[in-house]
Design a protein around this ligand. Structure first.
Ligand SMILES: [Zn+2]
Length: 117
């Protein structure tokens, strides 16, 4: 069953036991981890970086941007986490996944390229 909400928990270190329905956030390690909310329970790691995900905490709820697309998993789930709500997006076609990867690569290249001077 697909989840519609997720809680968040700020941690120093990631616990060994990552529970479903909780987004664990470690500021020192600039990483968030959760289990795929589609029900498959796979571990999803989202690095918080200018080239990866942004985390917005408004004091009460969290928002991750952009969306999370688990293309490498068999479930291929795609969703947004906005103010602790999970918004399911339609599964992307292979073409779109490919195009998105390309966009991602370029974005990283640009970012790291700029930093090098
Ligand atoms: Zn899944």
């Amino acid at each position: 069953m697909k989840r519609k909400t997720i809680k968040h928990k700020f941690v120093e270190l990631m616990p060994d036991d990552i529970k479903e329905g909780i987004l664990y956030i470690s500021i020192p390690f600039a990483t968030a981890i959760h289990r795929c909310p589609c029900g498959c329970g796979e571990l999803i790691v989202t690095p918080i970086k200018p080239t990866d995900w942004s985390l917005n905490w408004n004091g009460k709820t969290i928002t991750l941007y952009p969306s999370i697309g688990n293309w490498t998993l068999s479930c291929k789930s795609h969703y947004w986490i906005i103010r602790n709500q999970i918004y399911w997006a339609s599964s992307w076609s292979n073409y779109r996944i490919q195009a998105n990867r390309e966009y991602d690569r370029k974005k990283k290249q640009q970012y790291y390229g700029k930093k090098r001077y």
